[in-house]
Design a protein around this ligand. Sequence first.
Ligand code: VGL
Ligand code: ZN
Length: 199
Amino acid sequence: MADEALIVIDVQNDFCPGGSLAVAGGDQIVPLINEMIGRFEHVILTQDWHPADHSSFASRHPGKQPFETIAMPYGEQTLWPDHCIQGSGGAAFHPALKWAKAELVLRKGYHRKIDSYSAFFENDRTTPTGLAGYLRERGIGRLTLAGLATDFCVAYSALDAVAQGFNVTVRLDACRGIDLAGSLDRMIGQMKAAGVTLA
Ligand code: VGL
Ligand code: ZN
């Protein structure tokens, strides 16, 4: 349908087995996502795209380990292993992902001082990526989300999309989660409460 888009979140090598921030089973969703790409009229991809010295990397914070949290000016931030560095093989899409049809590849996380899980806003919850305006201008009101990771970039994108007035479905069977300290259940609960359709 013309008013509907598939948004494929961060299906990149670093989030798949063998990558630096591998999500368990991250590669297993690729065949299903390929099938969905084939069916949707409009397809958008997001790509986590960090400078090598990004502030979300634990390596930039002496004494800190990946998966610890720190206070940033914009709030609490989880620290990650170095991942999805601009132009690296880890930042490339999974080689089996059939992404050629995508009309937009939206990169995020390119500001050194702020992380961006959501496809709509950076982690300060106020700096927009421009995606909402892009979708509105094109008359797209209904979104289906799939990809990595369920409890971070997919969930943050889904919550922001609902808050921006879009009708949102998350295909949980086409997502895989990181699950840090119960984050998967927590974010699934938040998505349900916000009115995201979980399929
Ligand atoms: C993601 C952690 C850090 C994600 C991106 O795609 O869910 N998670 N950067
Ligand atoms: Zn990232």
